[in-house]
Design a protein around this ligand. Sequence first.
Ligand code: PNS
Length: 163
Amino acid sequence: MRRAIVPGTFDPVTSGHLDVIERAATLFDELIVGVAFSKAKNGGPLFPVGERVAFIEQATAHLPNVSVQAFDTLLIDFAHEVGASVAVKGLRAMTDFEREFQMAALNWRLDSKIETMFIMAIPEYMYLSSSAVKEIARHGGAVRGLVPDVVCEALERKVNEAR
Ligand code: PNS
């Protein structure tokens, strides 16, 4: 049984994340998307962890070998807890590389048996990030297609609440 995790903050999940999850789901028997609480990042996430989990659950409902869990521990400890030996991350442009390289090296230092594997973003999603999506939504721009529909609606609600 080959089991992997796809860890991230997913605030919110984008079409780029989903593409990586879908492709990783074909490579492993079981895939667990790990949603980090990430309380401190950039003043805290826009969506509470429960909502971020629910968005991914809805957007991956068609993938029978994918499940979603929140985690508030080290990535390595989460991998141990769920019995996974691989952490899959999406990689966009070179700009991602340094941060990802550092995280992979630190995780390797913590437990060299947990392998980090990168899946390249397809050209269509190379430019896409959760931060960019939030920025576009905040200014009233169109995010349909950049995120699953459920996230699109939630972003519209957030923007209207803030008005
Ligand atoms: O979506 P992101 O911001 O790239 O995800 C980053 C994440 C959640 C994978 C990373 O912050 C993480 O692994 N957090 C868990 C805490 C941890 O293990 N830190 C040490 C590894 S550098």
